[in-house]
Unconditional design. Structure first.
Length: 312
């Protein structure tokens, strides 16, 4: 199988799982945000951008039966500041990938979408898959466009695919030095005794799902029989917990796990961010046999331990 973005936070965990299951794994990553040391030693590694014309050669030699597509520009604020950069990665790159899949199939594609952005500011909480899609950022528009392209390739070319609409994923290997990934960012600052910055009033709610649970969803989407393709939502599943946690609550939990209190500072709300994003995951349970199993405090404890080890 091919894992794009397999040097990144979630993709590297997915690569680990498939190797543990006895699969042959190739990781493709341009290392713009991923780290070479996260690529498992047992995996083949290709350093390449998704829009590179040489991607075709990777498929010619790889003979993949599955593509797990995690490579993306994943920061909402970057997409707002530079929509063209976001589209080159998340739309043009995906199309280059899908053309190679079409020419070398049959190949199942597991596509990482985002339940946190494709629905926009939802009227219904928790939000089910068939809720109207009204993304409020170029990142959300690009992810939704990706799902439409997948549905097109399924209808016209017989592509077999699954789209996983992630909630806010957290866990070991999340980058604490970037702009996204509030759990890792807050966690490292708490461990360092530094102030944390909360944008807006901190009452914004998110659905935090542990990376180990997300990896299990990827395994199931890659290996089980899938329902018939149909409309956009037929092959799309929310991957979250169904439980909302505010930014203020998250800060308190992290300080509790670390047994340490730090100053909380507030700044202006950021453009393109939602007030509430909590996902209804009943269909993933019914159709994929998947549900999130890791309680938030347990997942935060594992994440904080990893941050301690990495930043000694």
């Amino acid at each position: 199988m091919l894992v794009t973005g397999g040097a990144g936070f979630i993709g590297s965990h997915v690569a680990d799982r498939f190797l543990a299951e006895g699969c042959e794994v190739t990781v493709l990553d341009d290392l713009s945000s991923g780290r070479r040391e996260r690529v498992p030693q047992e995996a083949d590694f290709v350093e390449m951008r998704l829009d590179d014309p040489q991607l075709e050669a990777v498929f010619e030699t790889g003979r993949f039966d599955t593509v797990n597509h995690h490579a993306a520009q994943a920061d909402v604020r970057v997409s707002v500041d530079d929509p063209l950069r976001d589209a080159r990665s998340n739309v043009t790159g995906l199309l280059n990938l899908l053309e190679s899949v079409r020419r070398h199939g049959p190949i199942r594609v597991v596509f990482v979408s985002s339940g946190g952005v494709v629905y926009g500011e939802p009227e219904r909480i928790p939000t089910p898959e068939r809720h109207p899609k009204l993304p409020l950022s170029p990142y959300g528009v690009g992810k939704l466009a990706g799902e439409h392209y997948l549905a097109y390739y399924a209808s016209v070319h017989g592509l077999e695919y699954a789209a996983l609409r992630y909630a806010n994923v957290y866990g070991p290997r999340q980058d604490p030095h970037g702009e996204a990934g509030v759990v890792a960012i807050f966690g490292l600052r708490v461990l360092s005794g530094e102030p944390i910055t909360i944008f807006g009033d901190g009452d914004q709610q998110r659905d935090y799902v542990y990376v180990g649970d997300v990896v299990e969803a990827n395994w199931r989407a890659s290996t089980i029989a899938l329902p018939e393709a149909g409309d956009l939502d037929a092959r799309a599943w929310n991957i979250g917990t169904g439980r909302g946690t505010s930014v203020n609550e998250l800060a308190e939990l992290l300080m509790g796990v670390a047994s340490r209190t730090v100053e909380r500072r507030h700044a202006a709300e950021r453009e393109g961010e939602l007030r509430r994003s909590v996902l209804d995951c009943a269909r993933a349970d019914a159709e994929l046999g998947w549900r999130a199993e890791t309680p938030l405090e347990a997942g935060l404890a594992r994440t904080m331990e990893h941050l301690r080890e990495e930043n000694r």
